[in-house]
Each structure stands twice: as structure tokens, then as C-alpha cells.
Design a protein around this ligand. Structure first.
Ligand code: SF4
Length: 211
């Protein structure tokens, strides 16, 4: 089986296993996903979802958050860790959205990358989830699982994993595929315990590299 064939089979099986898998960060407007994804660095999505309720309760718009004191933002987002740098990035980011994009999130990968605190992973998440564009989100689950399954070969650097996956994942499948890897990584192909290969829907096709 080629890597492309393996990828297609994995995509189909994970679709059956997790038909409704989507982004686990709660948001109803694009700029909120931008904020949440910054807060999610080294923090769980569940905690971010709680913290942003306080943040948006006090600052319910791009303008309000752009006007907020960085110290006030830090006070609220501190439970997510790295409060100082996250607050600084969120403030700077909201100011740019307000001043350069009319309060909107740009539908442009390179423009997203230029925003403070936005890396390739976040820019891909926005392109896929907000705009429905092709996207490969190489988070920790994606990197671990694609290596174990044998879709990539001993690549740990996120950008290199992303580039390798672009070659074998149909573009329209990328975003949902990555969300499903998160679910599978949490439930079955776990990081902190031995993966549960005996109950995995990919067991007969997975290369189980490093297991
Ligand atoms: S077979 Fe094991 S290593 Fe492979 S994806 Fe499933 S749980 Fe992970």
C-alpha cells in the first residue's frame, strides 16, 4: 500500500469512527477562534473554553478587546498559562484586525501568519474551520499519529509533517482529518499511556512505528 492509499483508507475509517468530529474550541465568530487558538498553546481546549467566557463577557468585540489594557487581559487569561505573552499577542492581534482589516479576520494564509502569536498550525486551523479552505493542522496528536501509522517517516517538525501530508491527503479532507486525529489521539492512540491498539479501527493497516 502506498502512503497515499494508506492515507485514503485511514481517512475513511476515521470518518466512520468519528463522523461529527470538529474543532474542540468553542467559537461563534472568527476573531474568537483566533483568540482561543492563541490561548490553547500549552493549555487544554476545555480550559480555554471556560476562560474565554469571562474574557468575552468583559470584552465582547474586536474593538473592545483592542481597547482593553494588556494587564486586564492577562488577569483573565492567566489560568491558561503564559498569561503575559498571550495577553500581549491577543491585544496586538485585535488592534491589527481593527486597524487593518475592519475588525475582520483576513481570509489569507500569509496575512494570518503575520498576526502576532499566529503560527502555521493556527493559520491552518482558521483557514480550514472558518473559511472552509484546505488545511493541515499539525498539532501534537497529528504529529504523533501520522508517524505511528506510517503516513510520515520519523518527522517531528510541524512544518515538515504538514508538507509531507499535503502530498498524500486530498486537500478537501485535510481539516476534518486533523480534527479526527485529535479525537483518536485522545481516546485510542494516546500519548501518556500505551496506545490501545487492540481496540483501534486502524490496527490492521497501521505500521505501529515506535510502539
Ligand atoms: S494501531 Fe495502535 S499505534 Fe496505530 S493508530 Fe491504532 S492505537 Fe495508534
Amino acid at each position: 500500500m502506498t502512503k497515499k492509499q494508506l492515507a485514503l483508507e485511514v481517512i475513511e475509517r476515521l470518518k466512520k469512527e468519528y463522523p461529527d468530529a470538529g474543532c474542540t474550541l468553542d467559537y461563534d465568530q472568527a476573531w474568537k477562534l483566533l483568540v482561543s487558538v492563541r490561548l490553547a498553546a500549552q493549555c487544554t481546549d476545555a480550559r480555554v473554553n471556560v476562560v474565554v467566557e469571562d474574557l468575552y463577557g468583559k470584552y465582547p468585540s474586536v474593538d473592545a478587546l483592542a481597547e482593553a489594557e494588556v494587564d486586564d487581559i492577562e488577569e483573565i487569561v492567566r489560568p491558561c498559562g503564559l498569561g503575559k505573552s498571550k495577553a500581549r499577542d491577543i491585544s496586538a492581534c485585535m488592534k491589527i484586525l481593527r486597524d487593518e482589516y475592519g475588525g475582520n479576520v483576513p481570509k489569507d494564509f500569509d496575512a494570518l501568519l503575520k498576526l502576532p502569536g499566529v503560527g502555521r498550525k493556527s493559520a491552518n486551523l482558521i483557514m480550514g474551520d472558518v473559511f472552509g479552505e484546505p488545511a493541515i493542522v499539525t498539532d501534537t496528536h497529528c504529529i504523533r499519529l501520522t508517524n505511528r501509522i506510517g503516513l510520515v517517516d520519523k518527522i517531528k517538525e510541524p512544518k515538515k509533517v504538514e508538507m509531507a501530508l499535503w502530498k498524500i491527503i486530498p486537500p478537501k479532507e485535510g481539516s476534518d482529518f486533523c480534527h479526527r486525529l485529535v479525537f483518536h489521539g485522545r481516546d485510542v492512540c494516546t500519548a501518556r499511556t500505551k496506545p490501545y491498539c487492540d481496540k483501534c479501527c486502524l490496527a490492521d493497516i497501521c505500521k505501529k512505528v515506535g510502539i
